[in-house]
Design a protein around this ligand. Structure first.
Ligand code: P6P
Length: 338
């Protein structure tokens, strides 16, 4: 029987290697924490597979803090993550796209060392048309009390993330994560209910052949973005491009990670600060992109350097292969691309 590596084993190996390098014993706390996330995503996956059968389709009637119609699966996904992670005593706070305020646990700083930020079910409006949706998560370490409050720990810059990942619920269910030591992917094997290693040290191609953006907004983008997309279309980067836009961030990002190219959500007239959320969409995906050799920018600078002001803050979000992103940064810096 071919040897399999589950995500639990992989995380423990990662921790042991990182601890060996630092001379400290892997505490296992971190892998126990991530097992809470993977358990919740398996519960979400099971519920999604039932969608359309058990009447989980359609709005739950409630509205979330974003003023969006909550789909029943949104509510379920949020509850699953809050439940599975709330039981981990290493969690100091949970921040969800679905909740206005963080859920905090009054654990002392020694025990409650981690903050988990997540979008429980991104792209949920696609559920009713059976399009891929995803869960995105980001893990921050709580700062020592003398360096900052729990609130300040939640608003740390993205380069301080200790882990980030997502699960894309599609034809298969794939988990991708990084703890800062490369990007690794796992495929859920429903026969054993485990995420099994499919690829280690994933690298985004230097250049791809897709650009991914909602071109209906092009008229109100800053001019540089229209110029950039025209450059891609006109073969200015030495390749012909095809357009792929699923309208589900995790699916569009996952394709960009595997195939290269670029995903753009620039500022628009309706969303002058961008539409996507910094803490639980842009930051985790930017961490993964950089770990895979890609680049992620807000247009004004590196996503991971942005100092968050609020937990639901939005940002323009452009992410992808080195070649495409360097060309974008040149145009945004006002330097014409050669
Ligand atoms: P638009 C889905 O609602 C979402 O939050 C992301 O998953 C997706 O990338 C984006 O919005 C799509 O936004 O404005 O192009 O429909």
């Amino acid at each position: 029987m071919a040897m399999i590596t589950t995500v639990q084993q992989h995380i423990l190996q990662q921790q042991q290697e990182q601890m060996k390098a630092s001379g400290r014993e892997a505490s296992g706390t971190f892998s126990w924490l991530l097992s809470g996330i993977t358990l919740a995503t398996k519960m979400i996956e099971a519920k999604i597979r039932q969608a359309g059968l058990a009447d989980v389709l359609g709005a739950a009637g409630a509205e979330n803090v974003q003023g969006e119609q909550q789909q029943k699966l949104d509510v379920y996904a949020n509850q699953a993550l809050l439940h599975c992670l709330g039981l981990r005593d290493s969690v100091a706070a949970l921040v969800s796209e679905e909740d206005e305020e963080p859920v905090t646990f009054n654990r002392d700083a020694e025990t409650g060392k981690y903050i988990i930020v997540f979008d429980p079910l991104d792209g949920s409006s696609n559920i009713d048309v059976n399009v891929n949706v995803g869960t995105i998560f980001s893990v921050l370490r709580r700062m020592p009390a003398e360096l900052g409050t729990l609130e300040e720990s939640i608003l740390q810059q993205g380069f301080r993330q200790v882990a980030a990942g997502y699960v894309v619920y599609g034809p298969s269910t794939v988990l991708v994560y990084t703890t800062g030591n490369g990007v690794h992917s796992f495929t859920l094997d429903p026969t054993i209910g485990a995420f099994v290693l499919s690829e280690e040290q994933m690298k985004m191609p230097e250049q791809g052949s897709y650009y991914s953006t909602n071109e209906a907004n092009a008229a109100t983008w800053p001019e540089e973005y229209r110029h950039y997309v025209a450059l891609l279309r006109d073969g200015g980067l030495g390749k012909t491009y095809s357009s792929r836009y699923i309208g589900s961030l995790v699916a569009d990002f996952h394709r960009t990670l595997l195939k290269g190219g670029v995903f753009l959500y620039p500022p628009t007239e309706k969303q002058a600060k961008g539409k996507l959320r910094l803490l639980y969409e842009a930051n985790p995906l930017a961490f993964i992109a950089e770990q895979a050799g890609g680049i992620a920018t807000s247009g004004a600078g590196r996503i991971l350097d942005i100092k968050p002001e609020g937990i639901h803050q939005r940002t323009p979000f452009c992410v992808g292969s080195k070649r495409e992103m360097e060309a974008l940064k040149e145009i945004l810096a006002g330097v014409a691309t050669k």
